[in-house]
Design a protein around this ligand. Structure first.
Ligand code: BG6
Length: 493
């Protein structure tokens, strides 16, 4: 069980707090990972309300499966009306935190997690104000009395803005105090990539350019611009919204070298090296290695992207990106990583697919010309969501005379483990932040490295202005993305 902690949520009246953060903390209380006697959640927001009112508002969002734990958690919730960028108002919050900390051993014993569920432009000013009042000071490696800050993406919109944000945060905090969340790392199936690769002896020897022909990473979504999402998305696009963060994180876990341990320094150090080895495309390479698309009306949606609320009528923002990414290091040189993600597609599915090379000799068919494509019999498919599992495919002989082959599969499904509820990503990540485990959070160098990669693509788009391919909502995405596969490599799964 974690040491006593106060979780201070700035942006307490927002959607994220009610939908994700409070249920995640409650989930930890329900499974006994956090004790209601040793945790307090202090919501902070400018809208005036009492703790009672806040508790009532939050009650409406409690998931049914957590309803039983709710009454024991309610007394942990407190609300303070304050504008975090106004020093006098912060002072009031500070006093309130100290007062609440008394029954848990006083402020020097109680850890404080400042969760900035705020617009990104407020990250710097709010941290500056907290630090200005001494609220973020703590000894290095403090076991209790620690002070940490959690921030949510976007961490900048390009490399210069990400660097500026990191510089500003590092004026006030040490890197070890900053917990940058990417909720994909909270997904069980994403974390399982580490177990699958490094806790088994059979995969690692094959996990390289000698045996793997290609790696496909797909994050397909059926959702489009629900509600007022278009207003944010039109300024971001799929490259910034999904590729720079979530897809890069999955890629880093698939491509990294084995870490020496599961410590934050070891794991993040290896991921940083992968991100640093990504080929930064020249504008010419962008044209041949990246395809962008935007949905128009189709079977799953009557509206084109350009007709969505908040989207410019002549917008060229991409709602789909596919890329043939290259990792220029000894393990992966020459192996394409084919990435794709998009909105309003035919199905929602996130998976990683490794295709292994063909056997060097085909005993049944004899020598074949290199121009004739042969079946790749072996693939390893890692299903991340909504299906959760692993599938290994291989050829088997069909029963009977002769030698006919068919594809078969060994499979594992998370459901078979009998756990009735996979903990949501935020539940795991919040607990890790409270316990001071930063392994599943993003280091500043990962953020900057992946922006450098994404910025090169954006620069290529700006310079050469390649087409934004239209695709019907509910389709597989633009056909132009098929051309990213070469020769006998196959196509999108
Ligand atoms: C968010 C993006 O970070 O991740 C959204 O901003 C996207 O556009 C979402 O839909 C996907 O998350 P998940 O967990 O539903 O796959």
């Amino acid at each position: 069980m974690a040491n006593p902690a106060q979780i201070v949520i700035f942006g307490a009246s927002g959607d994220l707090t009610a939908r994700k953060l409070i249920p995640a903390l409650l989930g930890n209380v329900a499974v006994g990972a956090l004790s209601p006697d040793a945790v307090q959640v202090i919501g902070v927001s400018r809208s005036a309300r009492t703790s009672e009112q806040w508790r009532e508002d939050l009650a409406a969002w409690v998931p049914v499966e957590l309803a039983e734990a709710w009454p024991s958690f309610v007394p942990c919730l407190h609300y303070v009306t304050a504008d975090a960028s106004v020093p006098e108002q912060l002072e009031r919050l500070h006093q309130e935190l100290d007062r609440l900390a008394e029954p848990m051993g006083g402020e020097s014993k109680v850890g404080r997690l400042f969760y900035l569920a705020l617009a990104p432009e407020l990250f710097g000013p709010v941290v500056g104000c907290l630090a200005g009042r001494g609220m973020t000071e703590c000894p290095v490696d403090a076991a209790d009395g620690w002070r940490r800050v959690v921030i949510e993406k976007p961490f900048g919109v390009d490399l210069p803005s990400a660097q500026a944000l990191n510089r500003e945060l590092l004026r006030w905090l040490r890197e070890e105090q900053i917990y940058r969340i990417d909720h994909y790392l909270g997904k069980e199936t994403v974390q399982n990539l580490l177990t699958l690769r490094f806790q088994n002896a059979i995969f690692e020897p094959l996990w390289n350019r000698n045996h793997v022909e290609s790696v496909e990473i797909s994050v397909l979504e059926t959702v489009a611009m629900e509600g007022r999402r278009g207003a944010y998305y039109d300024g971001a696009g799929a490259l910034r919204d999904m590729v720079q963060n979530h897809l890069m994180q999955i890629l880093a876990l698939v491509a990294m070298e084995p870490p020496g341990s599961l410590s934050a320094a070891a794991v993040r150090g290896e991921k940083i090296k992968v991100v640093g080895s990504l080929r930064r495309f020249t504008p010419k390479e962008v044209a041949t290695h990246v395809v962008r698309g935007q949905y128009v009306a189709g079977p799953s949606r009557d509206q084109a992207y350009r007709q969505e609320i908040g989207v410019a009528p002549r917008s060229r923002t991409e709602t789909y990106v596919a890329a043939r990414v290259l990792v220029d290091n000894w393990r992966w040189s020459g192996v394409p990583f084919l990435l794709r993600t998009g909105k309003a597609l035919h199905r929602a599915s996130t998976e990683v697919l490794l295709r292994f090379r063909t056997p060097p000799v085909d005993l049944l068919n004899g020598p074949v010309s290199p121009d004739v494509c042969r079946l790749r019999p072996n693939t390893l498919r890692i299903l991340i969501q909504p299906e959760e599992g692993v599938r290994l495919s291989f050829l088997v002989k069909e029963p009977g005379a002769g030698m006919r082959m068919r594809s078969s599969e060994l499979g594992f499904d998370y459901g078979d483990l009998g756990s009735d509820r996979t903990p949501p990503a935020y539940q795991r990540l919040l607990l890790d932040a409270i316990e001071g485990n930063a392994t599943l959070f993003i280091h500043k160098d990962e953020v900057e490295g992946s922006w450098a990669f994404a910025d090169a693509i954006r620069a290529g788009w700006e310079e050469a202005d390649p087409p934004v391919h239209r695709y019907p909502a509910g389709s597989h995405g633009p056909e132009a993305a098929d051309a990213l596969w070469h020769g006998c490599e196959g196509g999108w799964s």
